[in-house]
Design a protein around this ligand. Structure first.
Ligand code: TYD
Ligand code: MG
Length: 454
């Protein structure tokens, strides 16, 4: 019996049973490709022999301590991993080409090797000499890391069998190919097969595998999202071109909190840790100006202050522009609708630009009030006092919902020299430290008290 053909979007990994020009899931064009068949060997038998073993849950839970994690010593990386590298874990590191994934992983490999893990760095993109040159530039020539330039999966697994490393970096998963799959390297089938082989190997042999995945817009090459479900931990390395900041973000982690971030700065000598990201993100801020608001956010377990900047200008377009960088455009539309419907402040006929400074991406709902304040401040051409931080989620009714970790946000703001905070009313009572805390029940009150009659 012939298996019906499957189709997969190379950008987001959505599956379809027929081809189409546009992926309904992510909206990209020309990214859907037909899956090549996996050759499964002797064909499928009805039932396997008694191969699968089961074990009682209680038998596992006896006195086995959780396996010890290894710390790289790069605090920004260790925190994102959930407190260090877990043995036998499979990790995916995705990011745009050129963002610094190879640099980060070579530095991490060197750190883990120095911390005592036997480490192998497999490059499918560069010759070993090139990797060695990069290591020299990063001041890591003497790190005890094994290098291999290899793309054939069978050869890599053979090397792993003989070398028995504890940590393997695969740079990148898109260059790997299995000879059991008849399609080109980088195709959905190849990338999936390679990721599957490597993660299975990792689990069986107790090796940690880190796979690099380039984010691609090209329909021919599968992106990292097609393997996200196979691995334990998914990290994305983000940053804006023209900015030195790089953010390593956990979007999935079986061994730690998701949403944790690590902040780095790309320098001539590789990636440097940024221990105080708030100070960095606010460093370009000048005098208080209309449209600029500081949001006291939380990224994972850490407070991070960032600046929201808005520009509102009369539009010459029949459909005024709504442009967002670093925040969700759906969320912007919602805030504009609530401002119009609940506070009677229209944005029709106005172009709206909203930007999170420093190349940071904010995903927290608690940023709503800061975004609204930036929009209002820009629209009214009235600067908010420079020493104020703002946070709070806005509901469709215009009410403000209490945010999590209020005290952490306030503490960070105070540490950076802010003196006032505006936060939602309700929630647990908090000590504001040295800050003057104004609690707002809803958006209408906020507009009235902050911008007068408006
Ligand atoms: P790279 O790690 O090769 O990116 P990726 O593997 O994600 O494609 O990084 C490429 C960029 O980083 C390149 O433009 C040069 C820059 N870079 C530095 O600024 N400093 C350095 O020390 C290194 C090694 C790279
Ligand atoms: Mg690279």
């Amino acid at each position: 019996m012939k298996k019906p053909a499957g189709f997969t979007c190379t950008a987001c990994g959505a599956s379809y049973n027929k081809w189409s020009g546009r992926c309904d899931a992510c909206g990209e064009w020309n990214t859907i490709t037909e899956d090549a068949g996996l050759s499964t060997g002797a064909g499928s038998k009805s039932l396997g022999a008694r191969r699968g073993r089961s074990i009682a849950l209680t038998d596992l839970a006896t006195d086995e301590a959780p396996p010890p994690r290894t710390q790289s010593g790069l605090a920004e990386l260790d925190r994102v991993l959930g407190g260090g590298l877990v043995p036998a874990s499979a990790i995916l590191v995705g990011g745009d080409p050129g963002i610094g994934k190879s640099t980060l992983l070579l530095q991490a490999a060197a750190r883990f090797a120095r911390a005592g893990l036997k480490t192998l760095y497999v490059s499918g993109e560069e010759a070993s000499a090139q990797v060695r040159m990069r290591a020299r530039r990063l001041g890591l020539s003497d790190a005890p890391v094994q290098l291999a330039a290899e793309t054939n999966l069978r050869d890599i697994l053979t090397t792993l069998e003989s070398e028995k490393p504890q940590l393997v970096v695969i740079d990148s998963i898109q260059t790997m190919w299995a000879d059991t799959v008849d399609s080109a390297p980088g195709s959905v089938s190849q990338v999936r097969a390679a990721a599957h082989e490597l993660t299975t190997f990792a689990k069986r042999r107790g090796v940690s595998v880190v796979m690099v995945g380039h984010v691609t817009k090209d329909g021919q090459i599968a992106g990292p999202r097609v393997v996200e479900h196979m691995v334990d931990t998914v990290l994305y390395f983000e940053g804006e071109r023209g900015h030195q900041f790089r953010i390593l973000r956990a979007v999935k982690n079986r061994f730690g909190p998701a949403d944790e971030i690590g902040v780095f700065e790309m320098t001539g000598g590789g990636l440097a840790e940024v221990a105080n990201p708030s100070a960095l993100f606010l460093s370009e801020r000048g005098e208080p100006s209309a449209g600029s608001v500081v949001f006291a956010g939380i990224e994972g377990t850490r407070p991070v202050l960032v600046e929201f900047q808005a520009l509102v200008a009369p539009s010459s377009l029949s459909q005024p522009r709504r442009s967002v960088v670093g925040w969700d455009s759906g969320r912007l539309a919602m805030i504009l609708a609530v401002l119009e419907a609940r506070c009677g402040i229209p944005f029709a006929g106005l172009d709206v630009y909203l930007n999170v400074a420093g190349g940071m991406k904010v995903t927290e709902p608690a940023a709503d009030l800061a975004a609204a304040a930036a929009l209002l401040s820009a629209r009214e051409d009235a600067a908010l006092p420079g020493e104020t931080v703002i946070f709070g989620e806005i509901s469709l009714s215009g009410a403000l919902r209490p945010a999590s970790q209020t005290e952490n946000r306030l503490k960070e703001a105070e540490k950076l020299g802010f003196t006032r905070a505006i936060a939602p009313a309700g929630g647990k009572p908090v000590t504001a430290g040295g800050l003057t805390l104004t609690k707002m029940p809803d958006l209408t009150r906020f507009v009235g008290e902050t911008f007068g009659a408006g």
